[in-house]
Design a protein around this ligand. Structure first.
Ligand code: KG4
Ligand code: ZN
Length: 335
């Protein structure tokens, strides 16, 4: 049969990305990061929308060139419709709809969190259904049971902050720039995670909570800098390693519980925080200990990217799950 070529666009937060996939194989995954937010210590929605406006045409152009295809070969256009910053989502969705109209091709609306999960279907080695996915990003922390690309359910999630927020807010308390997650990861690699002990919250079931950790770090810093203003600088690596170790144990203890409850033996992680080297290592070690098959997307498919939108679009294409040209974007959305 004929090859199926999907063009995908992701613009839910502060990365403008476009990808081309052919028969489920990613040919290009181009990501433009937005530097403007750094000096504000977080993503400024208005500035993100403007940067997407500037980036979207060149980013799509590069993705098409890198994939070495012609626009006319595209069979469908996939885009992130939710959840995210509404102004950012609108830029990507309007552009996707315009291309679909111009090429007279079907449109495929993709849920960003489902796409993070299905990033695990990009590599040659894929998990068997049903599998569990721990999705950890800047806005979400979820345990998802995936029965098929079209049938997945959230069985646990955070009651307050997301894991990425826990990293970023901890980093902010330590005086590190935004986004602090990757910096905590970097310092933690040189530190001793057993040096300082932060509490593990006792939350029932498969849900998570990170707000208590943030508060305990705040008190810890206040207490220790009272008599030694240099405390953070002098112990930065051990502090980062200890915070990271606690975040990882909170995440993996719940994932372990979910695996026992569901009987799933194929486990995945996904989302920006799955780029964390400590989490990747601890997750793989857990898999070896319990005889689970573990899967982690390669780095470029962990943080926000259009490759994951393309692979999700591909599965939706195969199932005939198309959207009307009137499809809107939404800041929040149920699955
Ligand atoms: O999935 P993502 O790129 O965007 C959202 O959809 O939120 O996730 C971004 C989050 C940020 O909180 C960032 O600090 C965190 O992922 N992150 C990391 C690492 N790389 C990204 N956190 C810890 N260690 C990392 N290496
Ligand atoms: Zn994301």
């Amino acid at each position: 049969g004929k090859d199926i070529i999907i063009l995908a666009i992701e613009s839910s937060c502060d990365e403008t990305s476009a990808s081309v996939c052919k028969d489920g194989k990613i040919l290009s995954n181009f990501i433009a990061n937005q530097k403007v937010h750094e000096k504000y210590g977080g993503v400024v929605p208005e500035l993100a929308s403007r940067a997407h406006m500037q980036n979207i045409v060149p980013v799509v152009d590069v993705a098409i060139q890198q994939a070495q295809i012609q626009l006319s070969q595209i069979d469908a256009i996939a885009f992130t419709y939710a959840p995210g910053l509404i102004g950012s989502l609108l830029v990507g969705s309007q552009f996707a709809k315009s291309i679909a109209l111009a090429l007279n091709k079907p449109l495929i609306a993709v849920h960003h969190m489902q796409a993070h999960v299905l990033a695990n279907m990009i590599e040659e080695r894929k998990p068997d259904f049903p599998f569990l996915c721990l999705t950890v990003s800047g806005g979400h922390t979820q345990i998802v049971i995936v029965n098929s690309p079209h049938d997945m359910h959230v069985i646990g999630e955070t009651l307050d902050d997301a894991a990425g927020e826990a990293f970023d807010k901890s980093a902010k308390l330590l005086g590190l720039p935004y986004p602090g997650g990757p910096l905590i990861d970097k310092y933690a690699q040189q530190g001793n995670g057993n040096r300082f002990s932060f509490p593990e919250p006792q939350i029932e079931g498969l849900n998570f909570s990170f707000s208590g950790l943030k508060t305990s770090i705040l008190y810890f810093i206040q207490e220790n800098t009272k008599n030694n203003p240099e405390f953070i600088q002098e112990n930065l690596e051990d502090i980062c390693a200890s915070i990271q170790q606690r975040i990882i144990s909170i995440l993996l203890n719940k994932l372990k519980k979910a695996a026992v409850q569901t009987g799933c033996k194929h486990l995945c992680i996904a989302g920006g925080v799955s780029a964390n080297s400590g989490l990747r290592k601890a997750f793989q070690e857990l898999g070896e200990k319990y005889n689970w098959q573990t899967y982690i997307p390669s780095f470029q498919y962990c943080t926000d990217n259009a490759g994951m939108i393309a692979i999700t679009g591909y599965y939706k294409y195969l199932a005939g799950e198309f959207s009307p040209y009137s499809q809107s974007a939404s800041a929040r959305a149920e699955w």
